[in-house]
Design a protein around this ligand. Structure first.
Ligand code: AMP
Length: 381
């Protein structure tokens, strides 16, 4: 029986543990926080991600290592890789940790993306804003997530304000300026690759963000097959280039038939949570299969699937559980403003049945605004 070590003990680790049980796997979690919610399901070792001695001791207690948190320092990952197989590999992780290196990779692979520039000073920022036009977005290159570490520049006055907000971090995490994309919709490809080179992707997912944080996802996305095939081809090119093993997500903007890549996440991804109940094989199961050298499972969507994220605190469960289509996921976290505390998945045979279920749940929970974009998309599906 193999033991999988997971660096980071949040909801992603928790869902990997749930998916790993039928594979006969055991898990150990490494996280700085004694409260890490995956610790409710598997032994939790507390340690910092730069504590090499503690990480090495952890490696000694597991057979293979993966992540639910991609910002483990590269030196720690290199030290772990010398002791145990680590998936995804350290090189892939290093590229995905840095917005600039991932964008350079997309560019080298011929994948279209928004205008971007490395920013090292206020003067460079001013020059590049003049070049890109406004609006544009200043982002930290490393350690940003869920819209954190970002500043939208809409006016001349915002340039100084953006530098004020993020300029102090330029040496520590780097900064990048991006042209603003006036997208029709946001998409993601969640895909998996194993060491034998088998590559699979779930149907392209459509995503809605509120304040930079994922609010809802829907699959299939309803865009023409050719667009979806292009998106998946981009994901495949990235995975093959990085010799990637495991699940990852490629986030894209769709504008007028064109696809622009935003970023990649080197791990199971929030926009793939629907696969837990709405696909033949979940992203969590395929991530583990990939890392253990097992065949990857079928990624077909079982009809129509969607996900609603719960942020801050869990709503009432009963209206979701009362739906034949509904699946409830409570991460066992303490409520905190903006924190991802759970999600609900829904699966139906067709779009009208999904619309009915979402309408009822939206009303019962007072979440009409959250389900509205899904209802819109389903009505034209
Ligand atoms: P990110 O952390 O890069 O995934 O950004 C979070 C969210 O902010 C995205 O999902 C988009 O909704 C929005 N966003 C990020 N970058 C851009 C961009 N260049 N143009 C338009 N919207 C963006």
């Amino acid at each position: 029986m193999k033991t999988v070590g997971i660096l980071g003990g949040g909801q992603l680790a928790r869902m990997m543990i749930l998916a790993g049980a039928p594979l006969g796997l055991r898990f150990r979690i490494y996280d700085p926080s004694p409260e890490a919610c995956a610790g409710q399901l598997a032994p939790l070792v507390n340690g910092q991600f730069d504590d090499l001695a503690a990480l090495q001791a952890f490696a000694g207690s597991v057979d293979v290592i993966t992540f639910d948190f991609e910002n483990v320092p590269a030196a720690s990952v290199a030290a772990l890789s010398a002791l145990r197989p680590v998936f995804p590999n350290a090189g892939a992780l290093a590229v995905a940790q840095d917005r600039l290196s991932e964008k350079r990779l997309f560019q080298a692979l011929g994948i279209a993306l928004p205008a971007f520039a490395d920013i090292d000073s206020l003067a460079t920022l001013q020059a590049r804003v003049a070049e890109f036009g406004m609006p544009c977005i200043l982002k930290t290159r490393r350690l940003g997530y869920d819209g954190k570490g970002q500043f939208r520049i809409r006016s001349q006055a915002d340039i100084g304000a953006a530098w004020q907000a993020l300029g102090a971090q330029v040496d520590a995490v780097g900064l990048i300026l991006e042209g603003f994309v006036d997208f029709d919709c946001e998409l993601s490809v969640v895909a998996a690759r194993n060491a034998a080179g088998q590559f699979v992707a779930w149907p392209v997912t459509r995503n809605w963000h509120v304040d930079g944080v994922l609010s809802a996802s829907l699959a299939p996305c309803g865009l023409p097959a050719a667009v979806q095939e292009r998106a998946v081809a981009h994901a495949r090119a990235v995975a093959e280039h990085l010799d990637y093993v495991g699940v990852f997500a490629l986030e894209l903007f769709h504008c007028d038939g064109a696809l622009l890549v935003n970023e990649m996440a080197p791990r199971v991804h929030n926009s793939g949570h629907w696969t837990g109940d709405g696909a033949q094989t979940s992203q969590f199961a395929n991530h583990l299969r990939a890392g253990l050298g097992l065949p990857l499972g079928d990624t077909a969507v079982l009809g129509v699937a969607c996900m609603l994220n719960w942020l801050g605190q869990m709503p009432e469960a009963a209206p979701v559980l009362a739906q034949a289509a509904g699946f409830w996921h409570d991460y066992g976290k303490q409520p905190r403003a903006g924190r991802k505390v759970g999600h609900a998945n829904f699966r139906t045979d067709d779009a009208p049945a999904m619309a009915r279920a979402l309408q009822q749940v939206g009303q019962a929970l007072g979440r009409e605004a959250q389900v509205a974009p899904l209802l819109d998309a389903l009505s034209v599906a």
